[in-house]
Each structure stands twice: as C-alpha cells, then as structure tokens.
Design a protein around this ligand. Structure first.
Ligand SMILES: Cc1ncc(C[n+]2csc(CCOP(=O)(O)OP(=O)(O)O)c2C)c(N)n1
Length: 574
C-alpha cells in the first residue's frame, strides 16, 4: 500500500525527475523518507530554500521539463517564494512541495501556520492543499500537468498528518502529460504581415528567445530582407554564434549598432520577444510582431500586424511570401558600426590598457586604478570556458560584462533572472545546472552583493559535489545601484559593501578559492578555475567605477553623472 508521500515521489521518478532540492522538516518527513528509499531520485539539501527554488527554476529552464523543490511548514515554504517567482516569470515548470500544520490544527493560527494557498496564489498556476486521501492521485496529476502545460509553478501542500497516510492498494503512479503542440498561425495574418513587409522599406529584426528553436528560419528571414538582427539577451543562446546579421543587444546593455539599426529602419519585425525596455524601441515605424502568446502583442509598442503562433511555423509560412532584397546597405551599415564598436571594446580586455578617468572628478577614497577592469575578467572567461558551458549571471553589472564579452558559441547555454531581475540567482542557478550533469562545465558570473546574499549555499556545492565555477566581480559595491544613483545626479549612498576575502571564505568551506588583485593574473586564474575538477570560486577585485555606457547616452545621464561625482567629491571625508 503506497503512502501519499510514496505515490508522489514514485510518480515524479517515473516521469523522469532525478533530483529534489530543499530543506527537510516536520510535515515533509514522510516525503524525504520516500526520497531516501527511491533510488532514481537524489536529495539535494540546501542551506536556504530560496536557493532550492532558483536551482529548480534553472533545471526547468534548461531541460524544459518538470523540476522540483521543497519547503516545509511556514517559514520553509515562505523562503521558496523569490525563486518560485523567478520560475513563474521565466515560464519554467516547477513543482514546489510544501508542508503545512496537521489538519486538525489548520485554521487555528497554530505555530508556524501560514495559509499556503493564499501565500502562493499569485506565483502559482496551481496551488492546492491535500486535506483528504480521496483527492489523490488526482491532485498530484493536476499539479504536474498544470506546471508542464502552463509553463509555471505548481504548489502542492501536505499537512503534517497527510504525507504518511496510506492510499488504496495498487494506486498506480501518476502519468503527466508532456505534449506541447505547436500553435499554427492564421494564414490571413501571415499574408497581411508579408504584404506590409514587402511594401515597406528597410527592415530591422528584434529577435527573442521565442525564436531560438527557429534559428534556420530567422537567419533565412534576415538574409532575405537584408535586415540587421538585434538579439535580446536571452536570444544570445543559440542565435548569436555564426550569425552574420546580428548586431548585439539593445537596452542598457546595448551598443550603438542596435540604436542605429532601430532608428534607420522603416519596418521593425519582432520575433518571439517581449523585450520590455520600450524607451529603447524606435517610434514611427511599421511594426510586425510574431509571438506565441497573443497577450504579448502590442504591450511594448503599437503593432500594425500581429501573427500569433509558433515562431518556426510562422516564419515557414511567411518566408515564401517575402520579396528578397537586393539593396543591402542598411544591413551593411549596422554591421560596420557593430564591428567598429566590438573592436573598441577589445581595448578594455588588455591588462595594460591605460585607464582613463571615468568622471572629470574622481573620488579619492578608494583608488579604483588599482582594481581590475571587469571586461578583462569576462573576456578571459570567454576564452577559457568550454564550448558547451552553461553560464548563469547575477542581476547587476556582471550581466553587462557577460552580454558584451561572452559569446554563446558552440552549444553554450545561458540563464539568469532575466524577467524577475532578482539578485543572488547566479550561484544557486549554477548549482541546479550542475545537478543535471556534473560533467558539464557550469560558470556563474556573480556580483559580490549577489553572492553574499545566499552565501550559505556555497556549502551545498561541496556537500553535494557540484563542481560549479564561480567568478565573483568583487567591486565592493552594489554596482548597478551606484550607477543608477549617479546617472540621476544622486551621490552614491548605501552601496558600499564591506566584503571578506571571498576566496578565503570559499577555501574554509571546502571549495578551491583563488583571489585575483592584479590584472596580469586574471588570465591564469580563470584558466586554472575552468580546469579545476571540483567547485571553485575566483574572487576578482574589480573596479567599482567602471561604467557601462548605454547605446546612446543622453545629455541628462551625462549631466547627472557629473553632478553626482561633484557631490561625492565635496562630501568625501578626504
Ligand atoms: C533581491 C534583490 N534585491 C535588490 C535588488 C535591486 N538591485 C538590483 S542590482 C543591485 C546591485 C547588485 O549588486 P552586486 O550583486 O554586487 O552586482 P554589481 O551590480 O555590483 O555587479 C540591487 C541592489 C534586486 N534586483 N534584487
């Protein structure tokens, strides 16, 4: 006779789930016991449940399959929330198994009691508490199917007295539905879009992750229309390499070529992207949008022609209807600007490049000249990382350096908290990625703020032998916020971080720790880290004053920066 917990774990194992991430405790003890006895499922005990949820979110994003995390009664479940929001906003199918007080105590404001069904209502596509064995196996099936089919978070809550209850004899494990039929676009909508493109002048493409699986078709589209292709950060994976049309990213991480490609086009074609930074999108263009989700159409910019459907099917239908362009000046101009900009960026990756002051007044209290350019670090990682490495990156400046200096060549993969924008995602997401395949290289770009937020889970890398490569951009700052403040003319405040020597912390925990303080040591340190067989942390002291220029810095930004520097100088204790 299976128990509720046994049926749950057996069903997950049958489906192909190979790990459960979480913290053990009370109501979930029958579940952890079922995991202990299930050979196919590995228990990964973390130090903070948020790390478990981020790890599961990463696994779901990388495999497109169901990933599982656990948080027990009250605070244990609450700790999952941020990572679960990351999964929700990344459309990642994650099942969270949560504890609850025993049924007889529910509703009495019992010790640790929180109402999970209310708590998770906004984050979850499915959220139910099991109060009777008669609800099973149905609720397990619904939870898994909801997460898989709606690409979101399902929360199944087990009161303390429920997990160990027996189910009727021969209750069979649940089978989840894995089909994801592609949505076929409406032929009339495709025709109208094709006419608008044929009648319009020069075309620029903005391509997002919704088109990653349609690489051949997107490249054919760019070729046929002689169109420069702006890639969203998430579309770097799979679309950036060997792509003679791409001109990099837009937004704050962007470059002058994307600004030019946007401004000088007549028709803007959005393919599989919900790029949210509307301030960077051009106005007054004919806009065609291809997207799987009708709800995305027009929410970032007014759209003249929408095609709702799978990107590959939409492009397959569209391509034969388009006239090939012989005039290729628009594409060539954007590519030239891109290449010039890329060459210019390479200066920053030279350890001997003479540092120029970034403001006309520089604060003297901490001498940034002695610190290392982050670009140098990112470029070294790009050189030494494997062609099939998985990269994760923290929300903050490290994402800028990754976007500009790490090419997604080969079968490299990339995830971050790109829709939620949470700090502290890179390390736990890297743990999750490592858990899928401990022989594949996983590299995390960590901010010092991000890393220290969930630093306890460095221990998880050691305990569970997850050989992550953690590269810490240790600028002693909440760098992105420092930049935000200075751009609007505020003096930097509350952003300084008094960091320990992270390499020594790592060594104390049992990882290999490497501290880098001289730009000339960067290359060897990164090479050593990438070749190290176990978990390793490289703590690089980087320059906090390194600014990432947006594609077209505005006068206000420049003025704000100058004012901020002046105020910092005046307020400086020196
Ligand atoms: C959980 C969370 N708290 C606060 C923020 C706001 N925020 C965005 S970036 C950032 C600074 C990140 O600092 P760090 O990790 O050191 O990276 P850096 O920008 O210096 O490279 C902050 C505080 C956030 N996005 N997420």
């Amino acid at each position: 006779m299976p128990t509720v917990a046994e049926l749950l774990i057996e069903s997950l194992a049958e489906h192909g789930v190979r790990q459960v991430w979480g913290v053990v405790g009370d109501a979930l003890n029958p579940v952890t016991d079922a995991i202990r006895r299930e050979e196919r499922v590995e228990w990964i005990g973390v130090r903070h449940e948020e790390a478990a949820a981020f790890a599961a979110s990463a696994q779901a994003q990388l495999t497109d399959g169901l990933a599982v995390c656990m948080g027990t009664v009250g605070p244990g479940a609450i700790h999952l929330l941020n990572g679960l929001y990351d999964a929700k906003k990344s459309h990642a199918p994650v099942l969270a198994i949560c504890g609850q007080v025993p049924r007889e105590d529910m509703g009495s404001d019992f010790f640790q009691e929180v109402d999970n069904d209310v708590l998770f209502a906004d984050v979850a596509v499915f959220c139910q508490t099991v109060t009777d064995v008669e609800q099973l196996p149905g609720l397990i099936e619904e939870a898994g199917n909801a997460a898989l089919r709606e690409r979101g978070v399902a929360v199944l809550t087990l009161p303390g007295d429920v997990g160990g209850l027996d189910l009727p004899k021969k209750t069979a494990p649940v089978r989840f539905v894995t089909q994801q039929p592609a949505l076929v676009p409406d032929p009339d909508a495709v025709r109208a879009a094709a006419e608008a493109i044929n009648e319009g002048g020069s075309v620029t493409l903005l391509v997002g992750m919704g088109a990653r699986h349609a690489r051949t078709e997107v490249l054919d589209l760019a070729d046929k229309l002689a169109a420069p292709m702006v890639l969203s950060l998430k579309a770097k994976e799979g679309l950036e390499h060997e792509n003679p049309f791409e001109v990099g990213q837009s937004g704050l991480i962007g470059n002058p070529a994307t600004a030019l490609a946007f401004e000088s086009c007549d028709v803007l074609v959005l393919v599989g992207t919900d790029f949210p930074y509307t301030g960077f999108l051009p106005t007054g263009k004919t806009v065609v949008q291809l997207d799987l989700r009708g709800a995305h159409v027009g929410r970032r910019t007014p759209v003249d022609h929408a095609v709702v459907g799978d990107a590959r099917l939409a492009l397959e239908a569209l391509l034969p209807l388009l006239d090939a362009r012989s005039e290729r000046g628009h594409l060539e101009h954007a590519r030239e600007v891109y290449e010039v900009w890329q060459r210019g960026q390479q200066h920053f990756t030279d350890p001997d490049y003479e540092r120029k002051p970034v403001g006309f007044l520089r604060r003297k209290v901490d001498n940034p000249d002695e610190r290392i350019r982050p670009e140098l670090v990112a470029a070294a990682v790009d050189r030494h990382a494997a062609d099939d490495a998985i990269f994760t990156t923290d929300t903050g400046m490290s994402t800028v350096w990754l976007s500009r200096f790490v090419r997604m060549r080969g079968s490299r993969r990339l995830i971050g908290s790109f829709n939620l924008g949470s700090m502290a995602n890179a390390m736990p997401q890297a743990l999750g990625a490592c858990g899928l395949d401990r022989t594949r290289q996983v590299v995390a770009f960590c901010g010092d703020g991000g890393l220290s937020m969930l630093m306890g889970d460095l221990i998880t890398a050691v305990t569970h032998e997850l050989p992550v490569k953690l590269v810490v951009f240790d600028n002693g700052r909440l760098g992105m916020v420092k930049l935000e403040m200075e751009q609007v003319g505020l003096p930097e405040f509350g952003t300084v971080l008094h960091n320990p020597d992270f390499a020594r912390v790592a060594e104390a925990i049992g990882l290999r720790g490497i501290r880098v303080e001289d730009p000339h040591d960067v290359d060897a340190a990164i090479a050593e880290a990438m070749a190290h067989p176990g978990p390793v942390l490289v703590d690089v002291l980087t320059n906090p004053d390194e600014i990432a220029l947006p594609p077209k810095p505005t006068l206000e930004q420049g003025w704000g920066f100058a004012i901020a520097k002046m105020r910092e100088f005046v307020d400086s204790p020196e």
